[in-house]
Write a protein that binds this ligand. Structure first.
Ligand code: AMP
Ligand code: GLY
Length: 419
């Protein structure tokens, strides 16, 4: 039965979580990862092909004759990896380039939301000849939200109450990119909804909440995400109904009417107002990191079955089930993260996984002597499951006790809004 082979593209905590889920599938006999990290090497064969090397990845998938490629990060999708795999006849979980533009261009995402009638913040597109002061006046009274229209690895958005800072970022963005978005500030609480889609249907994963700021109490600089939990109670059943009706269904209708339907996971970043109305803050065309680490373990249906069905337009044939559990993950970040993470430090004391708690590797590798070392800003993510969120938090935080990494930092308040 376990004869299928899978290639996971990427090398972070998200990809380790994907490798773990695939290695547990009853259908999967071989897991490959490119480039992977120290954690993925324990359950998959790592290949030294960069996640940005589209031609190399297609060649690798062909050589390995894999049954499925699962793409972790957005950049290769924006560079047409899914298109090229499709041409090569290899099923790919991850959308084609034209649809990956939902993440690649914030302006494109706004235009699609306009067509599909999806609620999102009002905005101006500003260029070299725009009247910046009158645009800033339009959205005064709240912080200004300025978004670059390029893939900026989480560094393309500035939210500030300082008019001079907003204007300076607008001017710098216009200079480098030709245009920039100025968006109305949305008040409320954020939540993320990951939706697995294909031409035949969609499946919403339980809603989650990320913690983007570096330090406790949501202070400090923005990061890729310092921890997350799932399900997030801000997304009540009433809110979820509105999200499905007003966002997910219209987006699925739009995306499945395109020349190639959306095959992969659509990450819907939401602001939920105090009245419980959802508005879209952003789309990503991939699993979130660390949201992947907490949502995949809650999937009771075999993960290979679900992702392969999505890659081959058979999602509607499945009845995807979820465990009635809570999950919480805490990121251990390197000293200096996010500004300038220190790499190459020894890591020790990583505990062995249990059924209810485990460590995913993110930025890790082995040095020449075979010792485990840090290689990135986010180094490890510690995940716990529980029948309550509090229980999941206790299990996740217990994993940190034995881990040693000089200068590392983590948030102590993951899940604080729900606990
Ligand atoms: P994005 O890359 O578009 O997700 O933006 C990064 C972060 O900026 C989001 O996670 C929000 O915390 C914040 N943000 C983005 N757009 C808005 C908005 N219109 N109103 C309030 N906060 C926003
Ligand atoms: N954790 C946020 C993201 O993956 O975009």
């Amino acid at each position: 039965m376990a004869q299928r082979t899978v290639l996971i593209v990427g090398g972070g905590g998200r990809e380790h979580a994907l490798c773990m889920a695939m290695s547990r599938s009853e259908h999967v006999g071989g897991v490959h990862c490119a480039p992977g990290n120290a954690g993925t090497s324990a359950m998959a064969t790592n290949h030294p092909v960069s996640a940005s090397n589209v031609d190399g990845l297609v060649a690798l998938a062909q050589t390995l004759a894999v049954d499925l490629v699962v793409v972790g990060p957005e950049a290769p999708l924006c560079d047409a990896l899914a298109d090229d795999l499709h041409t090569a006849g290899i099923p790919c979980f991850g959308p084609v380039k034209a649809l990956a533009e939902l993440e690649g261009s914030k302006l494109h995402a706004k235009e699609v939301m306009g067509i599909a009638g999806v609620p999102t913040a009002d905005f101006h597109v500003l260029g070299p000849h725009s009247d910046l002061d009158s645009a800033l006046d339009d959205f005064s009274g709240h912080p200004w939200v300025v978004k670059r229209d390029v893939l900026a690895g989480g560094k393309g958005v500035v939210v500030t109450s300082n008019r001079a800072e907003a204007k300076a970022f607008i001017e710098a963005s216009i200079k480098s990119d030709g245009k920039v978005l100025l968006e109305a500030f949305l008040e409320g609480e954020e939540a993320s909804m990951l939706v697995v889609m294909d031409g035949s249907g969609f499946v919403c994963l339980p809603p989650s909440q990320d913690h983007k700021r570096a330090y406790d109490g949501d202070e400090g600089p923005n990061t890729g995400g310092m921890g997350a939990y799932c399900p997030a109670p801000v997304a009540t059943p009433e809110v979820l109904e509105k999200v499905v009706r007003d966002v997910v269904k219209p987006m699925h209708t739009y995306l499945s009417s395109q020349p190639t339907p959306y095959r992969g996971v659509l990450y819907v970043g939401l602001m939920i107002t105090d009245e419980g109305n959802p508005s879209v803050v952003e789309f990503n065309v991939r699993f979130g990191d660390p949201e992947c680490q907490i949502t995949l373990p809650l999937m009771a249906t075999d993960v290979y079955e679900v992702l392969h069905a999505s890659a081959t337009d058979r999602l509607a044939e499945l009845d995807v089930m979820f465990h009635d559990l809570h999950a919480l993950t805490v990121v251990i970040a390197a000293e200096g993260y996010p500004a300038s993470p220190v790499k190459g430090r020894l890591i020790s004391g990583v505990p062995a996984p249990t059924g209810m708690a485990w460590v995913n590797h993110a930025g890790t590798g082995y040095d020449e002597g075979g010792a485990l070392i840090s290689t990135g800003g986010r180094v490890l993510t510690c995940t716990g499951l529980g029948s309550s969120l509090a229980e999941a938090a206790v299990r996740a935080y217990a994993l940190l006790e034995s881990i040693e990494l000089e200068g590392a930092h983590h948030r102590t308040d993951i899940g604080h809004r729900a606990l």
